[in-house]
Ligand binder design. Structure first.
Ligand code: ASP
Ligand code: MG
Length: 406
């Protein structure tokens, strides 16, 4: 008898037929004698719809109240999934994140899991139930409802798999697994049989929206091996696990395009010690995640000034602008320019550690496509460039053809 944690994302539970389909899948595993914990997201579009309702009322709603609001999305799905299992005569009980023992810190809308005490989950499993847990949510030790950041149901599933020492963790989504690029954009994209945590992490954080990156970090930390697969067919998915030696033979594992970033440029920032510290400390205090940062060379006579650009997640742009506006008097920069019309194109692969010429080939391919590079960042296993959003998809296709082929 195996203990399996299965997570079904928003599209997998997107309507009542899909929920019945999930129930059939779960029932099948259970009929083999397995214990099944099911983590579900809100039905697709529900979380976005709730956010829209709040923003129609106020552009910057209270984050505590946003958690209160958004947590309802997953609560609908757990109950509906339990009802669907009951109609197949499968005993099933739904639990909120709090009832499942998921305790978080108090950072509303982006809470981190502190610990999980899945006592109730174990009890219910041992009584023969399928346990259905609301993804994306938890509770502070003081009993405040929190959410784990967009896409946080993945984290719920991985963390529960770790806490329960599950034999298998399956992340069901609407794609067959992890591809070398988004198959909706790149026709020749191929499904990967396996991928390392680090590659997956880079791809996840780079906009290959298969999974929430925090959940992959968590899986790496606790060595949770998991499979990403489709809820709509029986094809084997992609196994995500620790890096193996042979994984380095491939130069580039995947190409991704992140359209969810915005760029903020501060023009004419006095170039003196402490300025960057002040800016990024203030953004951090406002819980704005900053990704790429580029500072130009100083120019001008008198007090040297520089231009400083950074990228943030699009939904954080308003918050970032507010923080920056608040610093204008104190820092004395000349102007702020922000744009949402950027794309972050990245290539990822553990093979970059042992292959040379990767950057040269990337820039050559972009040049041949007439794509201007705005910002660059690299890590041991990744190169990212910020480019014009309008050229994002064609650039991605060219890069995929150059590195991965047809
Ligand atoms: N419903 C939440 C979201 O849309 C969490 C999730 O889907 O994992 O972000
Ligand atoms: Mg989702």
């Amino acid at each position: 008898m195996a203990l399996i944690v299965q997570k079904y994302g928003g599209t997998s539970v997107g309507n009542t037929d899909r929920i019945k389909n999930v129930a059939r899948r779960v029932a099948e595993y259970r009929s083999r004698g397995d214990q099944v914990v099911v983590v579900v997201s809100a039905m697709s579009g529900v979380t976005d719809g709730l956010i829209k309702l709040a923003k129609d009322i106020a552009p910057l709603p209270s984050e505590r109240e946003m958690d209160m609001l958004l947590a309802t999305g997953e609560q609908q799905t757990i109950a509906l999934t339990a009802i669907a299992l009951h109609s197949l005569d499968v005993p099933a009980v739904s639990l909120t994140g709090a009832q499942a023992g998921i305790v978080t810190d108090g950072v509303h809308t982006k809470a981190k899991i502190h610990n999980i005490t899945p006592k109730k989950v174990r009890e219910l499993l041992n009584q023969g139930n399928v346990v259905i847990v609301a993804g994306f949510q938890g509770e502070t030790p003081e009993g405040q409802i929190t959410t784990l950041g967009r896409g946080g149901s993945d984290l719920t599933a991985i963390a529960l798999a770790a806490a329960l020492k599950a034999d298998l963790c399956q992340i069901y989504t609407d794609v067959d697994g992890v591809y070398t690029a988004d198959p909706r954009i790149v026709k020749d994209a191929k499904k990967l049989e396996e991928i390392s945590y680090d590659e997956m992490l880079e791809l996840a954080s780079l906009g290959a929206k298969v999974m929430q990156s925090r959940s992959v970090e968590f899986a790496k930390k606790f060595a949770v091996v998991f499979e990403v697969r489709s809820s709509l067919n029986d094809n084997p998915g992609t196994i995500v696990k620790e890096e193996t030696k042979s994984m380095e033979d491939v130069m580039v594992r995947g190409v991704s395009l992140d359209k969810n970033q915005a760029k903020v440029t501060l023009v004419g920032v006095p170039d003196k010690p402490g300025v960057a510290a002040r800016i990024f400390k203030a953004l951090g205090d406002a819980t704005v995640n900053v990704d790429m940062i580029v500072q130009n060379i100083s120019h001008g006579s008198g007090v040297p000034a520089t231009d400083l650009s950074f990228t943030v997640d699009k939904p954080d742009l308003l918050k970032a602008q507010k923080v920056i506006d608040g610093l204008k008097k104190e820092l004395g920069f000349r102007d702020v320019i922000s744009t949402e019309k950027i794309g972050k194109l990245s290539i990822v692969g553990v093979g970059m550690k042992s292959h040379t010429g990767v950057a040269g080939k990337l820039f050559e391919t972009l040049a041949n496509e007439g794509v201007n590079v705005d910002m660059i960042s690299t890590s041991e296993i990744k190169i990212s460039v910020v480019i014009d959003l309008a050229k994002g998809e064609s650039a991605m296709k060219a890069i995929h053809a150059a590195f991965i082929g047809n």
